[in-house]
Design a binder for this molecule. Sequence first.
Ligand code: DX5
Ligand code: ZN
Length: 219
Amino acid sequence: MNQKLIAPSLLAADFGNLQRDVEMVNNSEADWHHIDVMDGVFVPNISYGMPVIKAITKHATKPLDVHLMIVEPDRYIDTFAELGANILTVHYEACTHLHRTLQAIKAAKMKAGVALNPHTPIHLLEDIIQDIDLVCLMSVNPGFGGQSFIKNTYPKVSDLKDLIIKKNSNALIEIDGGVNSDNAKSLVDSGADVLVAGSFVFKSEHPNRTIQGLKQIIA
Ligand code: DX5
Ligand code: ZN
């Protein structure tokens, strides 16, 4: 894919002004809405659940990129399809029967994503990469926004890109955690297709312009 995408993470939005922040993303050059779901078990934090996601989807006009940081994600696949998720990403570390989970996501008419924690090696995807629409490489330990980017992500992006080419997969590479204007260019040069950015966008003075700036950097 040639066009590189930006997916602002609403985890860093102002929840007291959620509609405003969703509309900011609608009216920006961003490509997707990134929605982080945390259960307090798979990760040591709880973000938001179905009623809040419903409020987001009511106003969102761009594809919904839902990142599940939860155990046993199979239990909620149909619920997220009903909520309007376009891409549903589960964690490799949370799925005992990953192939079955990915098939269930596709059967529910969503794109199937797999996220890898920073310590999880790329080669574990060798026998499943052809069934994946998106691989989300975590560049921080999942659970919180605002953490520092882990530099070991760069060689992982290159290794993943090689695997995707070798296996003739169509998977997109998404990077999630600590993305900013300092690492965005190197990430897309290494092979990334989609950059998630939370704090860097929403904690900036002009989020709309920050998104525009990121798009220019990766164009
Ligand atoms: C982390 C989440 C990320 C997070 C990114 O567990 O998956 O999507 O919101 O936030 P920043 O960009 O602040 O690292
Ligand atoms: Zn995320």
